[in-house]
Design a protein around this ligand. Structure first.
Ligand code: ZN
Length: 303
């Protein structure tokens, strides 16, 4: 029987009408229609899950809308903002659970890497990636690799882990907003000077296998941002579709070769819905292709 990729779909509430969220839903429909994915509505995460990273004061603002500038720091607040945020986070926690069983899984959306513990950031009310690290630890997986290939720097994730020797923060980007210098093991590379794909792919091929060999992660959280695409307005990076295919092929090849389970998020994407669906489908296809390479060796991951 051919395995299908498990993808988890949040309830975006009123945001579902906006293109920047609709791309996630359409990608899920496309992956299902292609026969490569099974779609599952996400669970709702709990307030306690938010507390793994965020401060009670900030969570209170997300729930109440007060004070307005704090409540809207990760996007314009509306009354069901907290419910949407918990659904998006729930989809990622579901994807992590699924990845630990099947090797690879994803969620349709997510990637709030600009959210800090005490406030949100650009389109990031909740840092699902940082919470995912703590969630993996609660499952007994200590050594985690955050592979952030969104075109923007994961400043909120970095700020959430100033000194964590069992975490590796791998971040390739084209914008150096609020560049961090944590004591947590990390590799940050900025491609602003050379935004074309050649150096980017060369560096990825050189650095990612080395990090995996040396750090020996038990799980990976992959921020598969598509704002690296050259068709992005004011593109921080200029990867073309064949370059993005090479990136996704390589990421899933390396992780599956080393049997590192991976849960991915869509993260950034700023082009037409149709273009973005095509780009997110590249991730889905290579993730699906990697499934068979993981086999059923779950026990190895938990040793
Ligand atoms: Zn981005």
């Amino acid at each position: 029987m051919i395995k299908t990729l498990h993808l988890f779909l949040p309830d975006f509430g009123p945001l579902a009408e906006k293109d920047v969220y609709r791309r996630h839903i359409v990608t899920g429909e496309r992956a299902k229609a292609e026969g490569i994915a099974t779609l599952t509505p996400s669970r709702s995460a709990r307030i306690e899950d938010l507390l793994l990273v965020h401060t009670p004061k900030y969570i209170g603002a997300l729930r109440s809308g007060e004070p307005p500038e704090l409540a809207s720091s990760g996007g314009v607040w509306f009354p069901s903002w907290i419910d949407v945020s918990l659904s998006v986070l729930g989809a990622f926690l579901d994807a992590i659970d699924s990845a630990l069983v099947h090797g690879v899984s994803g969620m349709l959306g997510g990637g709030g890497h600009h959210a800090y513990p005490d406030h949100g950031g650009a389109l990031s009310p909740v840092n699902d990636i940082a919470i995912g690290v703590h969630y993996l630890r609660s499952k007994g997986l200590r050594r985690v690799l955050v592979l952030d290939l969104d075109a923007h720097f994961g400043n909120g994730t970095v700020a959430s882990f100033p000194d964590d020797p069992d975490l590796f923060l791998f971040d390739f980007h084209g914008h150096a907003s609020d560049f961090g210098h944590p004591d947590t093991p990390h590799l940050f590379k900025n491609f602003r000077v050379e935004p074309d794909a050649r150096l980017y792919l060369q560096a990825l091929r050189k650095e990612l296998p080395t990090v995996i060999d040396e750090f020996q992660p038990q799980a990976c959280l992959y921020v598969a941002g598509m704002d690296v695409f050259s068709g992005t307005p004011n593109p921080p990076l200029r990867l073309k579709i064949p370059d993005i295919e090479k990136r996704e092929a390589f990421v899933f090849e390396v992780l599956s070769n080393q049997k590192v389970p991976v849960a991915y998020v869509h993260a950034g994407g700023y082009a037409s819905v149709e273009t973005l669906v095509g780009l997110h489908m590249i991730t889905a296809r290579f993730a699906h292709g990697a499934l068979t390479l993981y086999g059923s060796t779950r026990i190895n991951w938990l040793q």
